[in-house]
Design a protein around this ligand. Structure first.
Ligand code: GDP
Length: 358
């Protein structure tokens, strides 16, 4: 499945956050056979619709969709030159589908800052720079070959031009993700450049920042079009120790409507370009993960590869229509249940029953 790689400077709260991400009893209950790797945090995607479906279908259990975060060894200035765990870091990040950068915005004299002071913009730039330098190395190795190919094969010219444009962007200190309208990076896929991956930023903030909308907007703008999530990693860790009532009180006391991990799961899902569809029955109400734009047979394939191969049609009702009708039978009677064929593109919140040959 798709993963986000967690990166950040030392002492920004990565371990604190990652520990919170891996402490999920929900998962152990729902995915008893999943081997959960020690460096992977699997987080349920909060979805209120599942409880509602479970009510309508009298389901025994609820199975949410999940998002996976991989803990990647610390990056420091000079990582692209092999400093610290540099090379290993780059190899790990190459395998992630998106980059989740933890950025420190909390003040705490007891927690040393590697660069001497808390400065989110500088910290973000430090990490970007290491990834940019790594991409420049990759490009510089590839360019002579791309030039040679373009000389003899006309259809290779666009790739060369994209590589040259990419070089310009990186030379200017920007990531390819942040300059996505300027370079057609789909032509450079074989190079697996790090900075073309989508970026998500987790601002590890204290109460002052969490409640300061202007400051949050500034930070958001700094990283756009990357997603931004604001949380207090220490509070997230504490929340997991508390019962529901105390957790609610703690959140209220810092003016937060929900745990930051919920927002993080949603943002991670969005950054990876994923969406869900739903199935429901007496056994379980469940959310399934598909890429945005997936067709009905592809969606069926997520449940079982045989479902994709033997796909006949999908019976689809939107979650809203189903809830309004109150039951599947009532939704059918009201003409709200559609028969969709193999070209149907799934919409978020579709409640589906597949018909297939085995
Ligand atoms: P890492 O090096 O990025 O993995 O950072 P750690 O998670 O080990 O955190 C470094 C130190 O900062 C630890 O002493 C944490 O307790 C502390 N810390 C982490 N998050 C927060 C936070 O949100 N607020 C405060 N005040 N301290 C934090």
């Amino acid at each position: 499945s798709l993963t986000l790689g967690i990166v950040g400077l030392p002492n920004v709260g990565k371990s604190t956050l990652f520990n919170a991400l891996t402490r999920n009893d929900v998962l152990a209950a729902n995915y008893p056979f999943a081997t959960i790797e020690p460096n992977v945090g699997v987080v349920p995607l909060p979805d209120d619709r599942l409880a509602k479906l479970a009510e309508i279908f009298n389901s025994e259990r609820i199975v949410p969709a999940t998002v996976s975060f991989v803990d990647i060894a610390g990056i420091v200035r000079g990582a692209s030159e092999g400093a610290g765990l540099g090379n290993k870091f780059l190899a790990n990040i190459r395998e992630a589908n998106a980059i989740c950068q933890v950025v420190r915005v909390f003040d705490d004299p007891d927690v040393v800052h590697v660069e001497g002071a808390v400065n989110p913009a500088d910290d973000i730039e430090t990490i970007h720079t290491e990834l940019i330098l790594a991409d420049l190395q990759t490009l510089d190795r590839a360019l002579p070959r791309l030039e040679k190919e373009a000389r003899t094969q006309k259809d290779k010219r666009p790739a060369l031009e994209a590589a040259q444009a990419a070089r310009g962007v990186l030379d200017g200190g920007r990531t390819l993700f942040h300059a996505q309208s300027e370079v057609d990076t789909s032509l450079l896929r074989e190079l697996n450049l790090l900075t073309t991956k989508p970026f998500l930023y987790v601002f590890n903030a204290d109460e002052g920042v969490l409640s300061d909308e202007t400051r949050r907007a500034e930070l958001r703008e700094l990283v756009a079009p990357g997603d931004a999530v604001f949380l207090d990693a220490k509070v997230e860790a504490e929340l997991l120790e508390l019962d529901e009532e105390s957790a609610r009180e703690l959140l209220e006391s810092i003016g937060q409507p929900e745990p930051g991990l919920h927002a993080l799961a949603r943002a991670g899902f969005h950054t990876l370009g994923l969406q869900t569809y739903l199935t429901a029955g007496p056994k379980e109400s469940r959310a399934w993960t598909i890429p945005q734009g997936a067709t009905a047979p592809q969606a069926a394939g997520v449940i079982h590869t045989d479902f994709e191969r033997g796909f006949i049609k999908a019976e689809v009702v939107s979650f809203t229509d189903l809830v309004e009708a109150g039951s599947m039978a009532a939704a059918r009677a009201a003409g709200k249940v559609r028969m969709e064929g193999k070209d149907y593109v799934m919409a978020d919140g579709d409640v589906v029953e597949f018909r297939f040959n085995v």
